[in-house]
Structure formats: C-alpha cells, structure tokens
Write a protein that binds this ligand. Structure first.
Ligand SMILES: Nc1nc2c(ncn2[C@@H]2O[C@H](COP(=O)(O)OP(=O)(O)OP(=O)(O)O)[C@@H](O)[C@H]2O)c(=O)[nH]1
Ligand SMILES: [Mg+2]
Length: 701
C-alpha cells in the first residue's frame, strides 16, 4: 500500500439504522473500486467488515470494523458501524475520528429510529454528512419518500446530488445533478454515460437550481453574480459545494442499490471531489493532562506538527493478539517508533504499522496525518488513549458511552470455567467499552451490565465460542421493595441476665404505612423519661437495620413511619446495644401484624415502531400488565408510551424484534413503585426462601 498525503485521504464513518445496508455498501464499494476481486455479500456471510463468526451468525454488525480502497488517487477509509439498538453506541468513537459521516437510509423505510440517533451523535461531533438512499432496487422503495422523511427529520439542506433513473427492478442508472450527466451501470458497477433522460427533467432542474442557490447564499459576491446572471459559472459551483458540505450547511444525497451496484461509482467520484479531507478541520483540541485537566491545546491536522494519535478501537484477535486502531491527528509516525501514551503516562514501542481490511492487516512503513492505522500488541494502550510525542504531550478527551441499561448475573458452569472467566472477560471488555463487569461482594455472583439483553447474550456467545468458557445466564434482577399496609402498635423488649451485668431495653412503638416514595420517618413522642434521651436513637437504628433485610422476601422495607411512644429502662443493665436489640424485636413483632407486601418497579416505556405494528405492540404491552398512556407520530415512526412493570420487560427486545422484524426499538426509565399482585408476590417470596435470602428470625442475644 502506498502512502497518501493528508489531502488525499477521506475518512468516512458509515452509520444508520440496523439493516439499512451499511456493511453491504462497504462490500459493494470495495468491489466497484476494484479493491477486492470477490464481491462480498452480507447474506452469504462473506463481507469484509462482518468477518467474525458472531456477526455472520446473527447477520448484524456488532462492533466497528474497517475497510479502505483507492479511487482516483485517493485513499478512502470506511468504518462500518453497527445500527442495531444494542450496539449502536459504537458509532460514537467512529464518528469521533471520521471526517465525514456516510448516513445510510433504507429506500423502503426512510429515516428510522437509529438513523436519528446516529445523526444526533454526528451532531455532537460536529461532523459533515453524506447520505445514501439504498435498496432502490426493492419493491416499494421510494427515493422521494426517503428524501422527504430526511428533510422533515433533520435541520439542514438535504439535497440530491444524484437522482434515480427508473424505479424498483428497473432502477438502472442515475443522473449526476452537479455535473449534469446521466449514467448506467454494468454488472461490475462501472458507469457508462448515457444521454440525459427526458423523464424527470423538471425534478432535475429544480434540484440543480436549489444547489446553485445554496452556493449563492454562502457568499455575498456570489449572491450578486447570481442575481445579475440568474446562474453561476461551473468553476464557482464545485468548490463552494464542497465548502457548504464541510461547514455542515449541506448534506448531499445519493440514489444507490448495493445489491445491483447502481450509483456506487458516482458516489465514489463525489466522495473524492466533495467529502472533506482530514485537514479540512481547523484543529483538534486536547489537554496537557488526562481527564481534561491542564491547559487546552489546539493541534493542527498537519504532518509538520508533532505526532499525536487517538486510539478509538481495540480488537482482541485470537491470533494476532490485541490490535489497537488509531487515527493520526498530527505529525507522521514510522514503524518501530517509540511513542508516549499520555493517558497512562507510559512509553510504548509501536512495532509494525498496518492498514486494515476486515480481518486482514497489511504492513506499511509509516503513516501520515489523517490516516487510520493499526498496531499490534502494545503493552498498556487501550481504547480512548492518546499516543503522542513525549516532548509535545497532549491528551485528547475520551469518547463517552451511554450508561448500561440492564444487569445480568452469570455463573461459570464449572471450576475450570471459573478460572478462565476473568481473563476472557477482560479481553472482551477491552473490545467493548459499553460493557461493564462487577462481582457482587455479597453473593459472589459475576454481574455483567450492558445496553440490553441481546448485548449480554453476544458476550455469553463470545465467552463460549472464542474463549471456551461456559456460563449460565441468570435472569436479570428486579429490585423489589417491601412495605406495610396496616398500622400496628408493638412492644420490643430485650432482656438478658447471665451473671455480671445484664442487658435491658424496652420500647413501645407504632408502625404505620406511608405514601409511595416517602421512605422512612421517625417520630419521638415519649414524654418524660420512660427511655433516656441518649438511648432513643439506638431504637431507631435497630429498626432501620432490621428493615433493610425486609419482612417477607429479603428486600428493603420502605414507606413507613415509626413513632416511639413509651418504654422502660434499667439504671445498671440498659445500654445502647440493648435498645438496638429492642428496636429489632419491635420491628419483627410489627411485621407479624402489619401485613407486609412487595412493591415492584414500574417503568416509563417508549416503543418506536413502523405504524403497521402498533396494534400488536399495544396488545403485547397489555399482556405484560402494561398500561398504554398515549401514542404519537414522530416522523414516520409511531411512538407507543406505556407504564409497564420492569419484571415484564426483561425479554422485551427479542419479542419486539420478532413482532416488528427488527424494525422496532424502545427505551425505558424508572417511574415509580407499585404493589406487586398477590400471586406474583408469592412467587417472589418462594424464590427468596429457596435462595436462602430470607433468614429465620434468629433469637439473637
Ligand atoms: N434489495 C436490496 N437489499 C439490500 C441492499 N443492500 C443491502 N441489502 C440487504 O439488506 C440486509 C442488511 O444489510 P447489511 O449490510 O447487513 O445491513 P447493516 O446496515 O450493515 O445492518 P447492521 O450491521 O445490523 O446495522 C441484507 O440482507 C442485505 O443483503 C440493496 O441495495 N438492495
Ligand atoms: Mg452491518
């Protein structure tokens, strides 16, 4: 692979909703450009970027992967990102290092939930955008409709740079609106110029007019020229279109079919001509110290600046070992260079540098500003780290991932599995910053948290297939709580006589239920000195401690008030310890009579779905004890809002996928606690007893 100057590099993060065809687009672009002799297909599991067995088996991308091609003396680096809800957060580091986002839209469905989400991510990183409307060979595909959904969803000028010739099965060519030419494509994706078609002439003219307007609006002088002549010379149009794109004023749209290789060569031409190169950025900002501490320093994208690079992906390769992928932000770097990891204050020797195509690494001698390269087997470097010149240290801010949404306990199946699990999980975590791993101090269980059930399931698969560690996946834990339903008055009396000084504490208290969310209240209503002032907090403490272990199933008791009304003490034998014990006894006595019950968390749920499935979704939510509270349209998506118990939502993602053919998505957050219905409560209690979480009332002291 030859070296490319910064101006001749394009870094594109391919983003969009799951199934839009991102992985196929990259495979088809590679084939069209002649970068691969064989045309990879997602349906056959032969694409460059979905190479790992989990992706092939599930037919979805699970993490960021890479491909690059050469077109018109330009190196185009393509980062394939996942569009599936559980993995879509990986698009963030890809967008962080890309110089342009390539948004892939399904030509049948138009803009979908994850298209919007990844678009928001791209906004965060202030990224210019290209858009591809894909699958225009398919029945019911509609370029105009897809474009409409885009313009109504996003605030910027979204204008076709190519228009389709023919529809569905007859989609055979495109009109290049910018250069005013028409093309057809042969079986290998090569463009052949044809006469401009008469059909659709009006749309073409309107679109071109709009482009010229956008160019005119970008500059006062051009505006005057435009008013005087009614148009602009070609030499003013092209560079100013590129500028409008780089300034995020304009998003060009391309009509393509990845399965028929229609429109792709023109897309490549336009990427070279109009997509920003890395040096288009004015500067990147870092800090002198990790975690954003110290001075803020600008760094230009230039070979003349000191070396710096941001590591945005780690791959645990079973053969090569740990692969770190970085974007060179400034300077030049040679293979075998010694660099400084400024995030960890450590020296690293780079070894060989590589460019990446899927699982294939190819050695290069050096890399320049703007390029994306991989290094193997660094000692300490991880995703999110900065590598740089020690004398000119800089630390770039890390890309943040969203919080984990769900936690599962996993249990190694055998002793051997237990021994291997930590090492294996450590490697998986290096690859996946959206995953978290804890060990519960009390139960000794391994807790994995991630973005959804599917996410955790892929981790379990990886443990098994790649690291030969077998684990059982336990259902996620629901944080139940307990409360009381009746007011009771009880006595707690603790008395022990065993030679020497005895123990004595005695209290009379009233327990009463409080409203949901009130927690715990303590009221001291003792008049006089039935219990000395200094022992009363011990009673409260004893009750609180006991309430943490619950009354029926070991969950914390909440929403109750305790009023201390009377008691007695002994001048010699009474002490704090005795009154704490009295408090605990009062608690237990109260639980015998106050009719304790279980509370369950209720979630606010929003489901996004194509309209045709909303009936099924509501029916299903009802069967999950949910209460649908509203419906609205957002773009082309129907949003169903409901309150649903958390315990009913644990398997929701997979059900939603099967109901909507993977086109629905949802999010939820905690709303409030409600009483758990009797039959379900009994189940939870039985389980708690079986798990040994409810202790028999020990006659302590
Ligand atoms: N008819 C038709 N099908 C296409 C086209 N492009 C992709 N597909 C199909 O769409 C499906 C999804 O393609 P992928 O490339 O895996 O989609 P993706 O966007 O990478 O999906 P995720 O990785 O899950 O986000 C596959 O079955 C492809 O064959 C196209 O131009 N026309
Ligand atoms: Mg994919």
């Amino acid at each position: 692979m030859k070296a490319f100057a910064t101006e001749n590099i394009r870094n594109l993060a391919v983003i969009g909703h799951g199934d839009a065809g991102k992985t196929q687009l990259i495979a088809s672009l590679m084939y069209t450009a002649g970068a691969t002799p064989r045309w990879g297909k997602t349906d056959e599991g032969t694409t460059i970027t979905d190479y790992d067995e989990d992706s092939i088996a599930r037919k979805i991308s699970l993490n960021n992967n890479f491909a690059h091609l050469e077109h018109k003396d330009t190196k185009i680096n393509l980062i394939d990102t996942p569009g599936y809800a559980a993995f879509v957060a990986h698009a963030r580091p890809a967008l962080r290092v890309a110089d342009c986002a390539l948004v892939v839209v399904d030509g049948v469905h138009g803009i979908e939930v994850q298209t919007e989400k990844t678009w928001q991510y791209a906004n965060e990183f202030l990224l210019p955008r290209f858009m591809v409307v894909n699958k225009l060979d398919k029945e019911h595909s509609d370029f105009g409709h897809a474009l409409e959904t885009a313009t109504s969803a996003f605030a910027r000028s979204i204008v076709p740079f190519t228009l389709p010739i023919g529809t569905e099965a007859n989609f055979k060519g495109v009109v290049d609106v910018v250069h005013q030419k028409a093309y057809e494509f042969d079986a290998s994706g090569k463009a052949k110029e044809i006469p401009m078609p008469e059909q659709g002439r009006d749309i073409f003219e309107r679109t071109r007019e709009r482009l010229i307007e956008i160019v005119a609006e970008s500059d006062d002088e051009l505006m005057e020229k435009y008013f005087a002549d009614g148009t602009l010379p070609e030499e003013d149009i092209y560079p100013n279109l590129a500028k409008a794109i780089a300034n995020s004023k304009l998003c060009p749209v391309y009509a393509v079919s990845c399965t028929n290789l229609v429109g792709l060569q023109i897309l490549l031409d336009h990427i070279v001509e109009f997509a920003p190169n890395p040096a288009t950025h004015e500067a990147e900002y870092g800090f002198t110290n990790p975690d954003g501490a110290g001075d803020r320093i600008p760094r230009k994208y230039s070979n003349d600046e000191p070396f710096s690079a941001y590591v945005f992906r780690t791959i645990a390769d079973p053969f090569a070992g740990r692969i770190n992928v970085m974007k060179i932000i400034s300077g030049k770097v040679n293979a075998d260079a010694t660099v400084f990891n400024s995030t960890r204050d450590a020296q690293e020797r780079l070894g060989a540098l590589h460019v990446i195509n899927g699982k294939t690494l190819e050695k290069v001698d050096f890399a320049q500003t703007g390029d994306i390269v991989a290094v193997v087997k660094l000692r300490e470097t991880q995703t999110g780290d900065t590598l740089c010149d020690r004398a000119n240290a800089i630390v770039y801010p890390k890309v943040e991932y969203p919080e984990a949404a769900i936690a599962f306990a996993i249990e190694p199946k055998s002793r051997a599995d237990e021994e291997k699990i930590s090492v294996a999980l450590h490697k998986i975590l290096e690859e996946d910053p959206s995953l978290h791993f804890d060990r519960d101090a009390q139960t000794k269980e391994f807790i994995l948290s991630g973005s959804g059930q599917l996410h955790i399931e892929t981790v379990v698969d990886k443990l098994k297939n790649r690291y030969h560690v077998e684990v059982a996946l336990h259902p996620p834990k629901v944080p139940y709580k307990e409360t009381i339903t009746q007011q009771v008055e009880v006595q707690g009396r603790h008395k022990k006589q065993s030679g020497g000084r005895g123990q004595f504490g005695d209290c009379k208290v009233i327990f009463e239920p409080l409203e949901r969310g009130k927690g715990f209240e303590w009221v001291d209503k003792i008049f006089g000195g039935a219990i000395p002032q200094n022992f009363r907090p011990a009673v409260e403490k004893g009750i609180l401690e006991a309430s943490a272990g619950g009354a029926v199933a070991g969950y914390p008791l909440v929403d109750f008030r305790v009023t201390l009304i009377d008691g007695s003490y002994h001048t010699v034998d009474s002490d704090e310890h005795s009154f704490k014990a009295a408090g605990r006894k009062a608690f237990r006595a109260a639980m015998e009579k106050a009719k304790p019950t279980l509370l369950e968390p209720i979630m606010d749920v929003e489901v996004f779905t194509p309209q045709e499935y909303s009936g099924d979704i509501m029916g299903d939510l009802n069967s999950r004890r949910g209460r649908v509270s509203g419906m609205e349209m957002r773009g082309k998506q129907q949003v169903v809002k409901a309150k649903v118990p958390l315990s009913e939502m644990l398997d929701y993602q997979s059900k939603l996928n099967s109901m909507t053919q993977a086109r629905g998505s949802y999010h939820m957050q905690f709303s409030h606690y409600d009483p758990l219905p009797g039959n379900l409560a009994q189940k939870v209690i039985d389980e708690a007893v079986k798990a040994g979480r409810v202790r028999a009332h020990d006659e302590d002291e």
